[in-house]
Design a protein around this ligand. Sequence first.
Ligand code: ATP
Length: 582
Amino acid sequence: MAKESTTNERMEKIVSLTKRRGFIFQSSEIYGGINGFWDYGPLGADLKRNLRDTWWRAMTREREDVLGLDASIILHPAIWKASGHVDTFSDPMSDCLVTKKRFRSDHVELQSGTLYRWTGAQDLSGKSSSEPFSVLLAAGKPPESARKVAQLYYAQRGLETPELLGETTEKLENSRAFNPDNGAQLTDPVPFNLMFHTFVGATAGENDKAYLRPETAQAIFVQFKNVADSTRIKVPFGICQIGKAFRNEVTPRNFTFRSREFEQMELEFFIAPDEAIQLIHGQVAQWSESADLTNPQPDWGWEMWHRYWVKQRTDYYARIGLSAEVLDYYWQTPSELAHYARACVDILFKFPFGTEELEGIAARGDFDLSQHQKHSGKPLEVFDDELRAAAVKLSDEQKTAFIATVVADWEKRQKSTEEATGFAERLLKGFYLPHVIEPSAGLDRLTLAIIANAFTEVEKTDPKGKIETLTVLRFHPRIAPVKVGVFPLLKNKPELVAKARAVYDLLKPYLATFYDDGGSIGKRYARQDEIGTPFCLTIDFDSIGENGPELLDTVTLRHRDDARQERVKISDLLGLLLPQVA
Ligand code: ATP
C-alpha cells in the first residue's frame, strides 16, 4: 500500500534519503557547508550521468540536424556585455533593516496585516533619531511585538531603551516589503548582478576581469559560424551543449533546485526568418491545435518550430519517466516576454515544494546573433541558396512590394523603416541572420525532479505482523543508477557464490550491476528498492542444478515495481535486460 506524506515531510525524507544512500551531499560539509553548492555522491553521479546521456542522445545522436559543442566556462568578457548580462542579468535584493537578513525581493512571500509606522524615537539621555521605520503586524499578533522590533531598530542606531514617536497604523494587503520572520521593513529592492567574476592572468587588474558563465548558450552563439563552416550544415540546424553554469543567486533554496553552481543542457536551434520562408515557399505554415508536429516541414516558420520543440521536449520527459500528469506549462504573457522574444513557455514539474520551472523554451528571434555581430564586428549571416534562387525569380515590382510588406509588418513591432528595409534587401540577396528557438533545461533540477517523482513509500507487514514503511525509488530503468542487483542466496556456499560471481561478470561490462551477499534476500531487495534498482537476480540451489537439470543455469529475476518474479536462463539475461534500459 502506498503511503502519503505531507509536502514538507516528503521533501525532508527525500533530502535525507539522498544523503543516506549517497545521491547528494552538501558541498564542503565537514567545514559547515557552503550555501548553494552541492556534491553528487556515487549514485547521484551515475543518475546525473544517465540523465545527461539521455538528453545528449535525444538532442544530437538520434538527430541529423543537431550538433554538439563543449565550450569553455570562461569566455571573453565582451560576450557578456553583448548578451546584456553585464547590464541586466540581475535579481532585486532587499535586506531586513533589523536582522540584516537578505531576501530576493520578488520572492518574499506576500503578507497582509496592520502596518505600524513611527516617525522616529528618542531616549532618556536626550538622544533621538528622526528616521521613520515601519513594521507589518500579522493579524492576531499583539501590537507590543511590533513595537519591540521597532525598538530594536532604534537601539541599533545608538538609542538606549528607545521611546517610539508618532505612531500611526493602517491596513496593508499583499506586500513583499517586510521580513516575514519579524515584520520589519526591508530596504528598497536594488538590482544585484548574478554573475560571479574572477580575474584572468597574474595582474588581476580591472582589465583582467572575466566572468564564470551564467548560462551555456552564449558560447553556442559565438561559435555558430565555426560550427556551420566546419560542418557545412545548413539552416535549419541546432547546436547543443551541456555544461556548468554559475549564478550568484541571492537566496539559493529548495535543496538543489536553486543552486549557485549548476549544469545546463541547452539547444540553440537556428531557423530561417519567416520572411525567408515566405519568399522560398510562398507561404509560412500556421500553427493550430491540430497541427502535425511529428516531422519538420520546409515551410515551417518560428511558431511551428517553437511548438515542435515543446512537443519534442515533452516526449523526452515521457521517455525518462516524467509523464504528462507531473508536468505543467506556463506560457509567458506578452508583457512578461523579453523585448526580443516572440514566445516563451516554461515546462514545469510538480515538485513537493510547488510547481516550478524545469526548462524554458523561448523563440528569441535573431537577438543573440545580431548582438554578437554588432559587438564583435564579425558577420554572422548565412547565405541561403534556395532563398537567393527564389529572389532572383522576382520582378523589380515584386521585390519592391516584398520590401514594402516587410516594412509594414516590422512597423507593427516598433522597428524602424531603415532596419526593415536593410533586412529585406539582404534577404533578396540570399543573406540573413538565423532566428533561434532555445530549449534550455537544468540538469540538477531534472535530477531532483526525477528523484521526487520516483520517491514512493510502501507499507509492508513483516512475518511477525509488524508494519514497516519502506522506500522505493521508481526510476525508469533507462536512468536508474544501478540496473541489476546480483545476489547469491547464501554467501557461505562456494557453488552459489561462484555462479553469482559468473552472472555478475557477465552483466557488468554492459549494465551497472551491484553484487550483494549481505543479509536476507528480503533485506537485499529492500536495499536495492531504496536506490531504484529495477531488476534483482537471485542465484539459488536450482541455479546450480541441485534440484534437477531443468533449472540449472537459471536465476530468479525480480522486478522492483510489482515484485513479480520469473525464472530466466542466465544465457537469456542480457538479451532480456539490455532493451529495457536502452
Ligand atoms: P528561474 O526563473 O528559476 O531563476 P531562469 O528562468 O532564470 O530560472 P533560465 O535562465 O531560463 O532560468 O535557465 C534555464 C534553466 O537552467 C532553468 O529552466 C533551470 O532548469 C536551470 N537553472 C537556472 N537557474 C538555476 C539555478 N540557480 N539552479 C539550478 N538550475 C537552474
